[in-house]
Design a protein around this ligand. Structure first.
Ligand code: ADP
Length: 256
């Protein structure tokens, strides 16, 4: 049931009653589940033909280049990029629908945040060097371990860092930090890129939402997947940004 409570107040604002509304959302939940199952099955079926299509295009590009006119090579190159984009979209859709349908198996363990940060810094080293971006991390003293599936949380961190990397300018800065508040550790990824306009901020974690004019060829599903993974850990994710002032994405994980 979905429960809504509305307070009824008198003229002097004193509480005179309350309306309690209970909505049976069983059918709604079932429709949501069926939708996720359908998207999951469709994306799964699309993966195999897309993979062979991608391999054929790549083979053609590798072996037939000499005999082809420039415009034909350009066509093949465009096909290669589109297949690559579709594969990314299908994989993201599959991941998201699996999580939404409750088909995510989390392998919880006690993880030191420093390991998560060190791993992320190592993975992105080449890309940050190439763009001359500095990636630094800061851990508050006495940082406890978190209870998390290290692979899934690494995915979340990588997605946030790769977004930040796409938006910061050459020579920019990305900062990772972690600090404890009560029973949770807050992990944040901050960048000095263009930021996210206020009208997008409340919906940026929804599927397929991309800032108009700021798309960089992604699928628009990364943040939605991050949100579901963090939620499955019992945490929350949000962002803070003012246009032109960069963005900070923050998520929480339970202390181990
Ligand atoms: P994708 O990056 O594949 O488009 P995401 O769900 O990861 O999908 O991000 C959704 C949108 O949020 C992006 O298209 C972009 O407009 C905006 N966005 C995400 N991260 C940042 C960032 N660090 N700085 C500016 N805009 C961002």
């Amino acid at each position: 049931y979905l429960c809504t409570v509305t307070a009824i107040r008198g003229k002097d604002r004193s509480l005179s009653g309350a309306i309690l509304l209970l909505r049976d959302v069983t059918r709604l939940k079932e429709v949501e589940r069926l939708k996720s199952e359908f998207v999951m099955a469709a994306s799964h079926e699309l993966r195999t033909p897309l993979t062979s299509l991608g391999m054929s295009v790549d083979l053609l590009l590798e072996h037939a280049v000499q005999g082809l006119a420039k415009k034909d090579i350009d066509l093949l190159q465009a096909a290669h990029e589109e297949v690559h984009r579709m594969k990314a979209l299908v994989n993201d859709l599959l991941d998201l629908s699996r999580i939404e349908a409750g088909r995510i198996d989390l392998e919880f363990e006690c993880v030191p945040v420093s390991i998560l940060f060190d791993h992320a810094e190592a993975v992105f080293k080449n890309q940050t060097d190439m763009k001359e971006v500095s990636l630094t991390s800061e851990l508050a003293g006495g940082m406890p371990m978190v209870r998390a599936d290290a692979n899934k949380i690494t995915w979340v961190l990588s997605n946030l860092i790769s977004n930040a990397l796409r938006y910061v300018s050459k020579g920019g800065h990305i900062g990772l930090s972690a600090y404890r508040i009560g029973p949770h550790v807050h992990l944040s990824v901050q960048d000095d890129g263009p930021g996210i306009p206020p009208e997008y901020q409340s919906k940026i974690f929804q599927k397929f939402v991309q800032v108009k004019g700021q798309e960089t060829g992604g699928t628009g599903l990364g943040l939605a997947i991050c949100k579901e993974i963090v939620r499955a850990h019992g945490g929350a994710i949000w962002m803070e940004s003012s246009a032109g002032q960069g963005s900070t994405f923050i998520f929480t994980l339970p202390v181990a």
